[in-house]
Design a binder for this molecule. Structure first.
Ligand SMILES: Cc1cc2nc3c(=O)[nH]c(=O)nc-3n(C[C@H](O)[C@H](O)[C@H](O)COP(=O)(O)O)c2cc1C
Length: 181
């Protein structure tokens, strides 16, 4: 599948079959994601794979952030990959001057995207989740308080294979300009 076809095929999957995803495959996804670029090559990420029943239950509970949840369908997800923001060792002058650019969060977004594309290429479904209770996650998974979980990727085999949905996107006219705002 060329990249454009992969881009068209990837979509958020929220309904999964009960088929488990092997640890070999889950590890492979992270192995691909870790090749992503990052500011100053700082690689400010740590991935935690959650695939055991007890850990899954804790994670599903941690999506409930005081009544708000981005993953009410978590029970049907075979595996989750948490991407935590680790320390970013930027070159000192870059860090001082461009700290407000928050490279680490961009880096994590790119790693997440690479992971999702590789999953799509392997016939897996994914959904990126950005809302969760940091407090519950830190408590349940032993994550140090200074290491936020930025994204959680749900991973599994889609319950129904079919044509990808039509993508709801802004038009090129809306988002593209040449040489001025
Ligand atoms: C940073 C980020 C956070 C997201 N958080 C959630 C979420 O909490 N719950 C959810 O169901 N989908 C979440 N999504 C998925 C988006 O809703 C989805 O990517 C978007 O609607 C476009 O649809 P598509 O992925 O099917 O192309 C998130 C996506 C991103 C990139």
């Amino acid at each position: 599948m060329d990249f454009q076809a992969l881009q068209a095929a990837r979509e958020s999957c929220r309904v999964y079959s009960s088929k488990p995803v092997s640890r070999e495959t889950l590890t492979h996804l992270v192995d691909v994601a870790r090749l992503s670029p990052s500011g100053c090559n700082a690689q400010p990420w740590r991935f935690i794979i959650v695939d055991e029943p007890e850990a899954r239950e804790k994670l599903i509970d941690a999506f409930d952030d005081d009544g708000l949840t981005g993953c009410p369908w978590g029970e049907n997800v075979p595996a989750f990959i948490l991407i935590c923001e680790d320390e970013a060792r930027l070159m000192p002058r870059v860090g001082e001057r461009y700290g407000t650019q928050h490279f680490a969060q961009m880096d994590i977004g790119m790693a997440a995207m690479a992971l999702c594309y590789e999953a799509t290429a392997l016939g897996l479904g994914t959904c990126i989740i950005g809302t969760m209770s940091q407090e519950k996650l830190h408590h349940s998974f032993g994550i140090p308080p200074e290491r936020p979980v930025r994204l959680i990727i749900t991973v599994g085999y889609p319950a129904a294979a079919g044509k990808p949905r039509t993508k709801a996107r802004k038009s090129l006219e809306d988002i593209l300009r040449y040489n001025h705002w």
